[in-house]
Design a protein around this ligand. Structure first.
Ligand code: IMP
Length: 186
């Protein structure tokens, strides 16, 4: 263990719940015409996905995909994205909504969008809980964004450091990881 620990809370439990409900309402409004398939990106998005689907009051289905871009315990993307476990069903002709925990360089999501689009869905939208826009290396269209944060490494609410801290009910900065700065609104 590195000695780095969760420190200052950037997004509280109450703020998470409020924003997840706002996102759910927006998604329901946009996707009501045809039951979308929500694709959660493992492992980080599993908690967000669980809360988000309960905030979307329309017919929908779910699936998960496993990707890996960080080595265990790293704070930088390796840039090499690997498909660790695939979807359980075809998405051809479906409305797909990718549900991702955090976008940093954007390499993981860019890879995933390309990969899913090659399966000929009707449309691929993207919902991310946390956007670290300062760090972006590739252009990406994000349809729904929960929170925009500065370039700090965060843990909690599904986000981990070396596999730890996913179980925190809030999002906190990893102590010692960077200089604390303010979170901007949605
Ligand atoms: P990207 O490819 O650089 O956009 O990295 C995206 C992936 O890196 C996310 O799905 C997370 O698994 C991980 N990641 C990026 N930033 C953080 C962070 O601050 N905390 C925890 N995981 C992160």
């Amino acid at each position: 263990m590195s000695g780095l620990r969760p420190g200052r809370i950037l997004v509280s439990e109450a703020e998470l719940q409020t924003r997840v409900h706002e996102l759910g309402r927006a998604i329901a409004r946009d996707c009501a015409a045809e039951a979308p398939i929500l694709v959660g990106v493992l492992q980080g998005a599993f908690l967000f996905m669980a809360d988000l689907i309960r905030a979307i009051p329309i017919d929908l289905t779910t699936d998960f995909i496993g990707l890996s871009s960080y080595g265990s315990g790293r704070q930088q993307s390796s840039g090499q994205v690997r498909l660790v476990s695939d979807l359980s069903m075809p998405i051809e002709g479906r409305q797909v909504l990718i549900v991702e925990d955090i976008v940093d360089t954007g390499l993981t999501l860019a890879y995933l969008k390309r990969n899913l689009e090659s399966r000929r869905p009707e449309r691929v939208r993207v919902c991310v809980l946390v956007d670290k826009i300062e760090r972006r290396q590739v252009e990406l269209d994000l349809d729904y964004v929960g929170f925009t944060i500065p370039n700090v490494f965060v843990v909690g609410y599904g986000l981990d450091y070396g596999g730890l801290y996913r179980n925190l009910p809030y999002i906190a900065e990893l102590e010692g990881a960077s200089v604390p700065r303010r979170v901007s609104g949605p």
